[in-house]
Ligand binder design. Structure first.
Ligand code: APR
Length: 229
């Protein structure tokens, strides 16, 4: 089976009702990254950071995967599919995708502030001051904040290098190192970009830009890939 690797971003979840970050009305217009999504913010005002992610979690509890998530799951019948997502929601898993790497962490998990190996599921939407890990330290959201290392980058790079086909869907490609993954795709492997707006990348011959929303673009991709499978 050919290896199909997908890099997804906030745009794939937009039609499920989750806001993107950099579009008009996006999350980073309402909140300053420096206030809620950096290690410094956590030190300065952990309550504000917890509140921000509690709100994200509360919203994410009520959303469902859309057609684009389901199409990527259905592609497993034809390809060995790996999903590398920058999203912290669980919509790829809920749609049935079996191999999902979360580059920027997971909204429904918490992590010890003392031992990064202590990761716990969050039941419900709220993570509070006083919620402690097994070693007695405060739990933080299991999110990769701006300025932090991206531990899953090594495995994501390996997966990308093995791709026979690479798909980029719903990401502005504005944030590194994730955006740099496209440069690890082998020369022979075609790259499909699905986005209503062209991401900030120079299109090369091996790239095919599908200028559509994720739900429509995913169906077009499916039809095109099944022809070559
Ligand atoms: N279908 C597909 N793409 C869409 C849709 C849609 N319905 N709606 C918007 N988009 C596209 C936008 O055109 C844009 O290219 O999704 C992209 C969203 O870009 P960003 O908001 O920058 O989100 P993303 O690329 O996932 O951000 C990367 O930045 O803030 C951090 O950690 C956060 O993981 C996030 C990272």
């Amino acid at each position: 089976m050919k290896k199909l690797v997908v890099l997804s971003g906030a745009g794939i979840s937009a039609e499920s009702g989750i806001k993107t970050f950099r579009d008009n009305g996006g999350l980073w217009e309402e909140h300053r990254v420096e206030d809620v999504a950096t290690p410094e913010a956590w030190i300065r005002d952990p309550e504000l950071v917890l509140k921000f992610y509690n709100e994200r979690r509360r919203q994410a509890m009520n959303v469902k995967p859309n057609r684009a998530h389901f199409v990527l799951a259905e592609l497993e019948e034809h390809f060995d599919v790996s999903i590398i997502t920058q999203n912290i929601d669980s919509l790829h898993e809920l749609a049935g995708s079996s191999k999902v790497v979360h580059l920027h962490g997971e909204l429904f998990k918490s992590r010890s502030t003392r031992d990064p190996d202590l990761v716990y599921p969050i039941e419900g939407w709220e993570l509070k001051t006083g919620d402690l890990c097994a070693k007695g330290s405060q739990l933080r959201p299991h999110i990769v904040w701006f300025g932090e290392q991206v531990p899953m980058m090594t495995v994501a790079t390996q997966i990308t290098e093995e791709a026979d086909i690479f798909v980029v869907i719903g990401t502005s490609l504005a944030v590194y190192p994730a955006a740099g993954l496209v440069y690890y795709v082998r020369n022979e492997a075609p790259i499909y970009l699905i986005d209503p707006v062209q991401p900030d990348i120079t299109l090369s011959k091996k790239m095919k830009f599908i200028k559509e929303k994720a739900t429509v673009g995913a169906e077009i991709l499916f039809d095109e890939l099944i022809k070559v499978a």
